[in-house]
Design a protein around this ligand. Sequence first.
Ligand code: APR
Length: 310
Amino acid sequence: MNKKVTVIGAGNVGATTAQRLAEKELCDVVLVDIAEGLPQGKALDLQEAAPIEKHDAAVTGSNGYEASAGSDIVIITAGIPRKPGMSRDDLLKTNTDIMTSVSAEAAKHSPGSILIIVSNPLDAMCHVAMETSGFPKHRVMGMAGVLDSARFRTFIAMELNVSVENTHAFVLGGHGDTMVPLPRFSTVAGIPITELMAKERIDALVDRTRKGGGEIVGLLKSGSAFYAPASAAAEMAEAILKDKKKILPCAAYLEGEYGISDIFMGVPVKLGTKGIEDIIEIELSESERSDLNGSADAVRSLMKEIRQLV
Ligand code: APR
């Protein structure tokens, strides 16, 4: 029997994730969304591409959760973008409510699944999903680090005019502004970029990576990035479905690792069939540690805000 992955939210990120999973023939995919006809229409369209893309993965769409039952993985991309007149708090409350309801459904219909959270604000949404689902921490994780490091790798490859395949980037911390890239562990063909680029250039690439999401929003005008986020979510799912034991930067619930407790943060983890099978800890310099603590403070204050809103 094929593995089964449900993608909740059939918008840009969700539908593109479904496409990536199906075209790599990793699993059957169920798309779930509240918008009537949307998941059914996108699923049918993706299914009709199958003869040309040469895969036999089944892609189905639904407004309910029955079709998602027994999924190995549930990827959550549901959410709403900020609308005119909506405050940041309104948006936070709405997206927290959406995460609460969809993760409860995911846990009910796929009690043995692994949750990959994509909806923003990422680290806080992971927390909401873990509390609602009641799943153990190794079965709830967030997609951010794979995307942030892919952006960093892209910029490193562009800067040095080398293949992206030669690049490796190491990032820690929360998603976006407070992300903590570690240039000394970021390499090209195994050579740390600190030996290949001047500090100013590295700083410029780091800054562009931190603001990577905003750069795309600025260009698109409406909507946010979805091709690279979908690729990142699909890479995490692949590592789990194939039990690859792949080390990837993911948002994980920390209980003392890196001296941080009780919040989700981006750290290198080993992904396999059980979900997060290990958290890799490395020795940080004083400034890296202080950046990471700053990132943890930002996640903590967002969690506090959420607890006051709901
Ligand atoms: N249940 C199921 N689907 C829902 C729900 C819900 N309760 N509420 C909203 N949705 C669906 C919307 O109908 C929409 O189709 O979530 C989808 C979101 O899609 P888009 O608006 O296209 O957003 P997208 O660009 O895919 O981003 C989704 O991923 O990267 C993050 O910041 C991004 O949080 C955002 C999420």
